[in-house]
Design a protein around this ligand. Structure first.
Ligand code: MRU
Length: 344
């Protein structure tokens, strides 16, 4: 495992994050000192990855407190609740956002005291709990998931579900970091992940930093590699998992799951319980974010298509439960059919 997690977020009397749109060229730290800045950082993918979005939003509620601390207690609580709803509207698919903000909201709702400092302490405490829960989940996912990795394996991953997407060692990449620490010798294929290239920009950067042998491929090359017996295991992350195990993750995940199923390659989803939405029966009910057409039409600000090209840009797709071999969670590796009995 990495010696230290990457720390894409930290709280030091204020909220600081790494601007992931600038990676791998440079590491820029942003101070998010207004709720509007937190919202925009999420919307513009400066911070991204379901667990990280959840943790940033938890601290985002403290940013709201600081911005409004001179209001009366009643107005302060009202404004924080409004800001929580505003933050919830930043990205619709990642469940961790709602998981964290609902927990923060409960602190505001149940606080009946008069002391604003006490409210601040309780909010900070809850944000830290959410943060620590994520760190612990990543660690456990790594420990359980590394058992699937054997010497000589070629593992395929999609998007970035590493340290940059969480506050810990990642979800899909955590088993890889633990297996490396255990001295196993293996190799990772990294899908570039069009349109925003989280694989090429972020996963490749993380693996390189951690000296893990990897090869970058375009998304459409996975089938060819599978057909040539070059992939033994697939591990991806998740943005929201429905009660029946249907899983939303970065667009392109479903295609890999179909390919893996056809080639009889195990396909695992690594995710903490904060990504499981037990209020949703199946994947059809998961809201899928559609993003700006320029993400598809431009690379590095330059058009790669006719300017007027019509574009469809869903950020996620849903992989049905029957294509998933298992879920690597902090509670162990679970079969899709077990998920519905673990709710809550
Ligand atoms: O649009 P992004 O970059 O936020 O999408 C991220 C993913 O799809 C990840 O696989 C998922 O959030 C899990 S991150 C541990």
């Amino acid at each position: 495992m990495e010696k230290k997690p990457i720390k894409p977020l930290f709280w030091k009397n204020g909220l600081y994050v790494i601007d992931q749109t600038k990676l791998p060229k440079k590491k820029v730290i942003l101070k998010l000192n207004s709720v509007y800045k937190v919202y925009n950082a999420i919307k513009e993918l400066k911070i991204r990855g379901a667990p990280l979005i959840g943790c940033v939003c938890a601290y985002g509620v403290l940013v709201s407190f600081i911005e409004n601390k001179n209001k009366s207690m009643e107005d302060l609580k009202k404004k924080i609740k409004e800001d929580i709803e505003f933050l919830k509207s930043s990205r619709p698919t990642a469940y961790n956002l709602f998981y964290s903000l609902n927990k923060m909201s409960k602190i505001v709702e149940t606080f009946t005291g008069k002391d604003k400092n006490e409210l601040m302490r309780r909010l900070l405490n809850e944000a830290k709990n959410i943060h620590n829960e994520d760190l612990y989940a990543c660690y456990r996912i790594g420990k359980y998931g590394s058992k699937l990795i054997k010497d000589g394996m070629n593992i395929l991953t999609h998007c970035n579900a590493g340290g940059l997407a969480t506050t810990g060692f990642g979800t899909a990449l955590a088993p890889i970091y633990v297996a490396k620490q255990e001295g196993k010798k293996f190799h990772v294929y990294v899908d570039e992940t069009r349109p925003v290239l989280q694989g090429a920009r972020l996963t490749a950067w993380e693996l390189e930093k951690n000296k893990i042998p990897y090869t970058l491929i375009c998304d459409n090359m996975a089938g060819y590699l599978m057909n040539k017996n070059k992939i033994d295991l697939v591990i991806v992350g998740a943005d929201r998992i429905a009660k029946n195990g249907d899983t939303a993750n970065k667009i392109g995940t479903y295609s890999i799951a179909v390919l893996a199923n056809y080639h009889k390659i195990p396909f695992y989803v690594a995710a903490p319980f904060s990504t499981f939405d037990f209020n949703i029966e199946d994947g059809d009910k998961i809201p899928i974010e559609e993003r700006n057409e320029n993400e598809v039409k431009k690379i590095n600000g330059e058009y790669i298509s006719p300017k007027k090209a019509k574009v469809f840009n869903p950020a996620f797709d849903v992989t049905p439960n029957f294509l998933i071999t298992g879920f690597i969670t902090e509670r162990g590796i679970l079969k899709p059919e077990k998920i519905r009995y673990l709710g809550g």
